[in-house]
Design a protein around this ligand. Structure first.
Ligand SMILES: Cc1ncc(COP(=O)(O)O)c(C=O)c1O
Length: 343
């Protein structure tokens, strides 16, 4: 607790948060005249629960994590933003991340006026612990480690995070947006062991609910308290809460779709290996493949001329001539393969 308190941005530490009408009254009242709502057009005339208790109860059970250790955001993107705003002093603190990785860490830090330091991954996309240590200093408040990493597809190891905590005293945020596709346990079970570890997950990928915007941050209750303190009171809307509850009830269906996607990924990998323009396929724990080809710009244009859109990652560090292919349905991937065969 002491060590986390010292990481909180000073104005946030001293902040008296906004207290909404629905925060102050918790019971089952007969008449609500406290929030300037319209009495007509139920049920969406009412503000949602600012603490999302019903939804957190379900997530808590599913993930075996207490409700005090869960923050819910308008996508993980909001959790990333709130972590930076809660823990980094603009102008003096910094954020460190691997390169290449998910682009929003850098953009979000830049919007907040927090400097962003990139640590290139090794040739095999493994973590360069020495370079990471060199890049971080006493003003590093957050290290973002995306695992499985976007766009490289590889996961990091327990030994990687264990090693980081030996020399580092800020927050380590492990972004597990793609964890369900990896078949690996991930780091959620480690938040009890490392009080400065935060794990991000989302309903946008394996759960197929990118449209409702629901991201989750799991961590020490002191970190979560800071995040809740600075979030907008009603950051998760009523429709999202309802749909998230419905979605989480269909875990078997999610697992079935994840299996299909992973099977399709494995099939695609085997077929791509045989194509003449393919130079290398990077092993993936996610719902995409990073593929090095002979000429990524040319292939990207050819595919988009044929109305198939992939992501050209050629300009990312270590990804020259790489395209990133999201695993779609079997039918979509068959069409991709047919189009590539005609290239
Ligand atoms: C690594 C990673 N984290 C987070 C996100 C965004 O997640 P959300 O939809 O929950 O904001 C993405 C989206 O592509 C991602 O690749």
């Amino acid at each position: 607790m002491g060590s986390i308190n010292s990481l909180i941005r000073k104005n946030v530490r001293n902040l008296k948060p906004y207290s909404s009408a629905r925060d102050e009254y918790e019971g089952e009242a007969a008449v609500f005249l406290d929030a300037n709502e319209n009495p007509w057009f139920p049920p969406l005339n009412r503000y949602p629960d600012p603490r999302q208790r019903a939804l957190k109860k379900i997530i808590s059970r599913m993930r075996a994590v207490s409700e005090e250790n869960i923050f819910l955001g308008n996508g993980s993107d909001e959790a990333i933003d709130i972590l930076i705003r809660g823990f980094c002093e603009p102008g003096s603190d910094n954020v460190v991340s691997i390169d290449p990785s998910y682009g929003m860490y850098e953009v979000t830090a830049a919007i907040s006026g927090v400097s962003y330091r990139k640590v290139p991954l090794k040739d095999n996309f493994g973590l360069d612990q020495v370079a990471l240590k060199d890049a971080a200093d006493n003003n590093t408040r957050i290290i973002f480690l995306c695992s499985p990493n976007n766009p490289t597809g590889n996961s990091f190891l327990y030994s990687d995070i264990n090693e980081i905590f030996k020399w580092y005293s800020g927050l380590l945020v492990v972004d597990e947006a793609y964890i369900d596709f990896s078949g690996k346990p991930g780091f959620l079970g480690e938040i009890e062991n490392f009080e400065r570890l935060v794990v991000l997950q989302t309903l946008s990928k394996a759960w197929g609910r990118a449209g409702i915007r629901l991201g989750m941050a799991f961590g020490n209750e002191e970190v979560i308290r800071v995040m809740n303190k600075i979030k907008p009171p009603y950051n998760i809307n009523s429709l999202t809460i309802q749909e998230a509850i419905r979605t989480l009830d269909k875990e078997d269906e999610k697992n079935q779709r994840v299996k299909e996607i992973v099977d399709t990924r494995n099939m695609l990998e085997k077929k791509l290996e045989k194509l003449p323009m393919v130079r290398k396929i990077y092993p993936s724990d996610a719902n995409f493949l990073l593929v090095r080809v002979d000429d990524a710009d040319k292939l990207y244009k050819y595919l988009s001329d044929n109305k198939i859109i992939v992501r050209n990652r050629s300009k990312s560090t270590g990804c020259k001539n790489c395209i990133r292919i999201t695993i779609g349905t079997r039918k979509e991937i068959d069409l991709l393969l047919k189009t590539l065969n005609d290239y």
